[in-house]
Write a protein that binds this ligand. Sequence first.
Ligand code: LLP
Length: 469
Amino acid sequence: MRKADRAPVGSLTCPNPGERPDLWPWSARRVDGVLRVGGVDLTRIACEFGTPTFVLDVEGLRGRARVWASAMAEEFWDGYGMRGGDAFYAGKAFLSADVARLVASEGLGVDTASLGELTLALRAGVDPKRIGLHGNNKSDEEIRLALESGIHRIFIDSMDEVRQVERIAAELGVAAPVMVRLKSGIHAGGNEYVATAHEDQKFGLSLATGQALEAMAAIARAPHLDFRGLHSHIGSQIFGTRAFSQAARIVIDFAARLRDELALGVPAIDLGGGVGISYTGQDPVPTSPVEVARVLADAVRERCAHHGLPIPHVSVEPGRSIAGASMVMLYRVGAIKDVSLEGGGVRRYVAIDGGMSDNIRPVLYDAAYTATLANRDCPAQPGALARCRVVGKHCESGDIIIRDVDLPGDIAGGDLLVVPAVGAYGYSMASNYNMVTKPGVLAVEDGAARWFVRPQTVDHLLALDAGLA
Ligand code: LLP
């Protein structure tokens, strides 16, 4: 039995924006029963822009980016004996030109992980010196673009890549700025698929097997590789600070080995992303960026003192904790069906006009979400609520967005359903399954709305079909 099935009836009501600002956009509030984000009523959005639509609270995104930038600047300030700190936004969570410019204007860099993300960040006008390139299997084309555009750092992920980047840098006659991604051995993260530092997974060079040291020796000998530092990303949707602190210590301990065994200095380290967020209001309250930055600073300071090492510059790569709660998904309710259960009782299936193509996370990770109505109040009395299962419109019975959520018992076709915390890995993992078009991302701020990403149309889909005129 799944956890959600065991939860007592009535406990799955969606907390209101004011009660859980960690779950909702900062600007979200109910006015006369209608949910408003960025000063725009969601009912107006449904009428003018249609559903489903991702609605992005610009102020919230900017604010969360700013909090990370200032936390890192403060905790790693030179005045505290540190060597500076900063944040790179992990574009994989959600990237558009406006988002790239917005985080850049708050002082963050942008981390990319594909030709598409890198090209977008460059075309959006992000300073190449503030862009990083990740990936466990980078193409020559990706590396070439990174080197030709002069980006800040390429994260080396394998021994093969040491040779690949050296070869391309030699061809271009440049020195490639590289950081080395370590596999620290730490097992953390909200789901097996998003834990990225234990031995038996594809990312990073293993400390335990000596791979990382071997790669470092090769990099030190390579004439066209400019070693900039070490990197560690342990996983995603992590609560608390222990795993982050452990990883920081492991990275600094390895820096000491590099000094002792290869006479190499480590000017910078990047400690990745991974800070968890709320999805339902029943999950733990997330750790604040300030707390994470402080814990990292303490760990770095302590281990550097222990080894007599100079303190490196420290960066982090938050994605989810910036984008996640800044977006809500607005669906329109369609068909409603009461289904009788084998053991007795009924389950109410509420179908919405999107589904697993705009949010694959429930299917992929068993991720839990919550929802409320956007067009009218959700009564607080349990008697007025009905336990519902929110499902999409795709041709799969597993197309479930929310397994159990309490919604008004009189929910009906035409109601607007809003799901919070979809800003990270929602749009960016969307698909065209069943040839369903991807919703747009509508940015709202100060009572105005504009597209950050326009909705796809069927014509966009058909344009690639070589069999159509
Ligand atoms: N840095 C690196 C090298 C990463 O691989 C990731 C995420 C991040 C930073 C950002 O992590 P965040 O702060 O967003 O947790 N699709 C999954 C998450 C995959 C994360 C992949 N890497 C999900 O929907 O939960």
